[in-house]
Design a protein. Structure first.
Length: 150
């Protein structure tokens, strides 16, 4: 908290923090979670500092309104507002693109999510079919795995 307060004072009036947000549903359930991380420059150490704001339980669907509400609530808890955001990173889902457009900060698609989608498409699998196959392989013993086509 002290680092965030120092950064807020140092960069008063200009956007200074990069926000990363991700949401997911626990496999085999309807439980939904979200995580928000902040990155900023530490002028004393001349480096980048990352602060995870933890994993939160999310209510409702992963739609534009709920994403914006979650992000603003988490930022409010640490004393930040939309105007403090210099840029954001999320996956490339339309729900996230719409939500981040409301924040009015440059949006950077997540490279890891993009790579995951590219690999799935190259393998000819949708996210759900690939997940089912991966779960099936994980349940099998090593001898049986060589017979299961992933």
């Amino acid at each position: 908290m002290e680092l965030l307060a120092t950064a807020a004072d140092s960069y008063s009036g200009i956007p200074w923090v990069h926000v990363s947000i991700d949401l997911w549903t626990a496999p085999g359930s309807r439980l939904s979670y979200g995580a928000v991380a902040l990155r900023d420059k530490d002028s004393q150490m001349l480096g980048t500092v990352e602060k995870s704001l933890g994993v939160l339980s999310c209510l409702g669907r992963h739609n534009q309104g709920n994403i914006v509400a979650l992000q603003r609530e988490v930022l409010r808890r640490v004393g930040l507002v939309d105007a403090d955001i210099a840029s954001t990173t999320t996956d490339s889902g339309s729900n996230f693109r719409k939500a981040e457009a409301e924040v009015d900060a440059p949006w950077v698609p997540c490279a890891a999510h993009a790579l995951n989608v590219a690999v799935l498409r190259a393998l000819g699998a949708t996210g759900k079919s690939f997940d089912r196959r991966a779960e099936r392989v994980a349940r099998c013993g090593p001898a049986a795995r060589r017979w299961i086509k992933v």
